[in-house]
Design a protein around this ligand. Structure first.
Ligand SMILES: Nc1ncnc2c1ncn2[C@@H]1O[C@H](COP(=O)(O)OP(=O)(O)OP(=O)(O)O)[C@@H](O)[C@H]1O
Length: 648
């Protein structure tokens, strides 16, 4: 598989051209009027210091006349020069907030567009298989880091690049002034010196930036530790397990793993070249000052010229230093943008395809779904997780998939949901291979609850409505779906009913238990079914319910989904015994299949495991009953006699 970080390094000109091309693309996301105003403002702000030099020099050149004139009229000789010099200074100060305000607007517009691109890429564009690759996660983390404002964003890069216009306008104005006063040679000398230092400095920054990109994996680990250790997620386990000392040590080690190479790179790539560039500045600036001093001593320069040249020479000499408003922003913001464009190019070739379209249902055939000799492995060089699997999911019937941990049940669900494609073999629906139509169309056909379904920190209505966003406002439909999933009572007990945020981290929000969350997730899936999905997949939907609640859940589920093709993955064999068909998965293939009665009569793997689970359940029930009796909560004679059937 092609490594995601693999890029051919362009040369010096290539890098500059790439950078400006990227900036150009980013600026396409800004409104033309905003872009024009920002450029005009930067040019104005860049030229104002030059205007200031011109008027202060004029002022200085007239001071001797003012001093030598008699009476109070002497200062009139100065004319408007002081006022205009002050004006140039004040206007420059006044424009600074507008400069940053426009920069902020550019940042917002560019980031808004880029975040939409990133969401599209991560949520629909990139195949799930890609999102499980470590190198892709590194890039994604860098792109997200930009948008989470952990580091500069693409919008910052665009605004920072525009801010350079002010710097270059100032350099051009100052060099022209030097050329006018001292001649083209010194004018060119100061300009070239400034540019050499600038490009040298920028090159060092770029090399340092490349080093930073290469440390994306270390940075991601460090950010993970900081986020996890600094957030509420770890609060409980950290207290119970006394994790703090270990976490501190781990964090220090990880921080060193990331920061030490950066520090070494800073010395090597930034400090040493800086010394050489300072020497260039010394030669160029010194040479210009020498010419200035010589001309001044010769008497060939007027006071006006001397003042103009002296001030103008200083501007290019300061030009070589680091620009805080641009340099890190353009380097790191563009790195985040390049991470985004790389993800986009990976997404473009992926099988997940475009966003789903209305009318997609029509393109997907109905009928039985067949796994035909399907094998699958997560990594090219990894083991087969599914191997030669043949399976038919009858149309309109329920199929339960059971098996031990690691048997491949969730993997089967992922292939069925087309989050991964089979490595070998094919899956067909109504005789048509799934690969024959866009994955997005297939996704519209199915409703699925994964083991790790998302618990959105949104309202109950939104948590259910996301099963079909275009029905989000249809409260009747939401409540009907909740009712069928057994979540209606849960919702009625919430402080604001459907409008309660399902998280204790918000005002009037409420946390749900694991089982209650599962009911909400099921409501979401059932809403999708109401809206036309005809394949319902539940991957261990009841893992957090107790045995009785689970049995009741499945009974109700099978009743209400009658006529819908459904697949239920379960651990507890007893809970899915009423499914139309039970498939036992072992070692990535179908070991047994049939109805509960058929499989019990077969007396094979299913029957064995069913009995073991039932006996264990009976023992647990007996122990619990004995404990209750000892505690006097229930007269012993009144206790139910546990039987293996109790497991059902
Ligand atoms: N993203 C992944 N990358 C690599 N291997 C994986 C990945 N996901 C699962 N596996 C491996 O595939 C095998 C089957 O996993 P799967 O989750 O499908 O099993 P399961 O039957 O659903 O297990 P459980 O009952 O524990 O949920 C396991 O050996 C697991 O380690």
């Amino acid at each position: 598989m092609r490594p995601a970080h693999h890029v051919t390094e362009p040369g010096w000109f290539g890098r500059r051209a790439d950078r400006w091309r990227s900036v150009g693309r980013l600026l396409r996301h800004t409104h033309p009027a905003l872009l024009t105003a920002t450029i005009a403002l930067h040019i104005t702000v860049g030229l104002l210091p030059v205007v200031f030099i011109a008027w202060t020099s004029r002022l200085i050149s007239r001071v001797p006349d003012a001093l030598s004139s008699s009476g109070g009229s002497g200062w009139a000789v100065l004319g408007l020069a002081p006022l205009l010099a002050v004006c140039a200074f004040v206007v420059q100060q006044l424009l600074a907030p507008f400069q940053s305000a426009l920069g902020e607007l550019v940042t917002r517009q560019v980031d808004g567009a880029c975040i939409a691109r990133l969401m599209r890429c991560a949520l629909t564009g990139l195949p799930v298989a890609e999102l499980e690759r470590q190198d892709v996660l590194d890039i994604l983390s860098d792109a997200r880091g930009g948008f989470e404002r952990v580091s500069p964003t693409p919008g910052d890069a665009a605004a920072g690049a525009l801010a350079l216009i002010a710097r270059y306008a100032q350099l051009t104005g100052a060099s022209v002034m030097v050329a006018l006063v001292l001649g083209p040679g010194p004018g060119a000398l100061v300009a070239v010196t400034a540019l050499v230092i600038r490009f040298g400095q920028r090159g060092s920054l770029d090399r340092f930036g490349a080093l930073r990109i290469g440390l994306a994996g270390e940075r991601r680990k460090l950010n993970y530790l900081r986020r996890t250790a600094g957030g509420p997620a770890l609060a409980k386990e950290a207290r119970m397990l006394g994790l703090l000392p270990w976490l501190r040590e781990r964090h220090t080690a990880q921080a060193r793993g990331y920061l030490d190479p950066l520090w070494e790179g800073r010395r090597r790539l930034l400090f040493r070249p800086f010394v050489g560039l300072a020497a260039v500045g010394l030669v160029g600036g010194g040479g210009s000052l020498y010419v200035l001093a010589r001309e001044g001593a010769n008497g060939s320069l007027s006071l006006l010229q001397l003042s103009v040249a002296l001030q103008a020479v200083l501007i290019p000499m300061r030009f070589g230093v680091y620009f805080p408003e641009s340099d890190v922003q353009t380097r790191d913001g563009l790195a985040a943008y390049h991470a985004l464009t790389r993800l986009e190019s990976m997404a473009a070739g992926g099988p997940a395809g475009p966003e789903r379209q209305d009318g997609a249902l029509a393109t997907v055939p109905e009928g039985p779904i067949r796994f035909e000799d399907v094998s699958f492995r997560y990594q090219d060089d990894g083991p087969d997780v599914l191997s030669g699997l043949d399976l038919v999911l009858e149309h309109g019937r329920s199929t339960a998939v059971v098996g031990l941990n690691g048997a491949g049940k969730t993997t089967l669900v992922k292939l069925l949901a087309r989050l991964h494609e089979p490595s070998v073999g094919r899956i067909t629906a109504g005789g048509t291979p799934l690969s024959g139509f866009p994955a997005a169309d297939w996704h519209r056909r199915i409703a699925v609850i994964f083991q790790d379904f998302t618990r959105y920190q949104l309202t109950a209505a939104e948590n259910i409505g996301l099963g079909r966003p275009d029905r989000m406002d249809d409260r009747e439909a939401l409540l009907a779906a909740a009712g069928r999933a057994g979540a209606r009572e849960v919702i009625e007990r919430l402080p604001n009913g459907l409008d309660t945020v399902l998280s204790g981290q918000y005002e009037n929000g409420s946390d749900l238990s694991g089982g209650q969350w599962q009911r909400v997730a099921l409501s979401r899936a059932l809403l999708a079914v109401d809206a036309g999905a005809s394949l319902l997949i539940l991957d261990e939907p009841t893992a957090q319910l107790d045995v009785r609640a689970e049995a009741a859940f499945f009974d109700r589920f099978l009743e209400m989904t009658e006529g819908i093709t459904s697949v239920i993955v379960a651990h507890r064999f007893s809970s899915v015994r009423r499914a139309d068909r039970i498939v036992v998965l072992a070692d990535g293939a179908v070991a047994e299949s049939g109805t509960h009665e058929e499989l019990m009569a077969l007396d094979g793997r299913y029957a064995d495991l069913f009995r073991i689970q039932a006996e264990r359940f009976a023992e647990e029930q007996a122990e619990a009953a004995a404990a209750r009796a000892t505690a006097g909560t229930l007269p012993r004679a009144a206790q139910p006699v546990p039987t293996p059937e109790g497991a059902r």
